[in-house]
Design a protein around this ligand. Structure first.
Ligand code: FES
Length: 283
């Protein structure tokens, strides 16, 4: 399975279709508000993995009920709930997928295809059950579960091996040592300008607003984009840094994510000033 996943990552033949699908997703889900809602900006975590719990739970429960006598009605209700709830989960997943790297999109495409086959089997299963062909409905349900399980395996590779939609910056904290670290003479930090500094190979950005200086990890939590090369812009009355790679925006006075595709806040570090020197430490 590992070798197969590695081949999928390198399957450039998927790019033509993937690129076209990416453009379609981006043009259909154009409003920023819609994209942010589907990424899970409001939740502080990616929305797609949370939404998939409902179809997975309902479909697995259907499979159990299909093994028990006298549960046809309950199984039909559950398979319908699972199939209906898979639609918003798929839309949220497509929205995340459209902002992934090319290697991740190849694997994500096969993940989506497996789940689409599963969804089609379950739609057929519902139709069969509602027309009294319960044996066919059960069989299609088992096929659907098989395809959805393959999709889940591929989704696991996408998230845990390729790091799609996981926080890419927080591991930087593990490379920082305890204690206070000097980052700059406060007098040399200009107002409302992004500065980049290194703390033992961990890159941070500094942003001064009045007497306050924000120190924030520089790597974007979405795909490690360099926030130090981003633009500072005001969003809803807050100064925000906008990632130069895919446009995620984070408040500079706390790190809260304002626009996706990142769905998690950016880590801000505590600060103090000692003898005119700005210092920071692990949170
Ligand atoms: S790397 Fe994608 S938004 Fe920053």
């Amino acid at each position: 399975m590992r070798a197969l996943m590695m081949r999928l990552e390198r399957a450039a033949g998927l790019d033509r279709f993937g690129d076209r699908l990416q453009k379609s997703v981006q043009s259909v889900l154009r409003p920023q508000r819609v994209r942010d809602a589907l990424h899970g900006v409001w939740l502080g975590h990616p929305l797609h993995p949370a939404l998939v719990q409902l179809p997975v739970g309902a479909w697995l429960s259907t499979a159990v009920l299909d093994l028990l006598p006298g549960q046809r009605r309950a199984a039909t209700v559950l398979v319908t709930v699972g199939t209906a709830s898979a639609v918003p989960a798929a839309i949220a997943g497509l929205n995340d997928w459209a902002a992934l790297s090319r290697e991740q999109r190849r694997v994500g495409l096969v993940h989506a295809m497996s789940n689409t086959v599963g969804l089609a089997c379950y739609a057929g299963s519902i139709a069969a059950r509602l027309t009294g062909r319960h044996r066919l409905g059960r069989t299609l349900g088992w096929f659907g579960l098989t395809a959805a399980s393959a999709g889940a395996y591929i989704g696991g590779h996408l998230a845990y091996k390729q790091g799609a939609q996981v926080n890419q910056s927080v591991s930087e904290l593990h490379r920082m040592t305890d204690g206070w670290h000097s980052v700059a003479d406060l007098a040399t930090v200009p107002e409302r300008t992004l500065l980049t500094r290194e703390i033992r190979d961990v890159s941070v950005i500094l942003y001064r607003h009045g007497d306050e200086v924000t120190v924030m990890l520089e790597r974007c939590p979405h795909q490690s984009g360099p926030l130090g090369e981003g633009k500072v812009t005001e969003i809803d009355g807050h100064a925000c840094v906008v990632c130069p790679w895919h446009g995620s925006a984070f408040q500079l006075n706390g790190g809260e994510v304002v626009h996706g595709p990142a769905a998690t806040d950016q880590q801000v570090l505590p600060t103090r000033v000692v003898d005119g020197v700005l210092q920071t430490r692990l949170p």
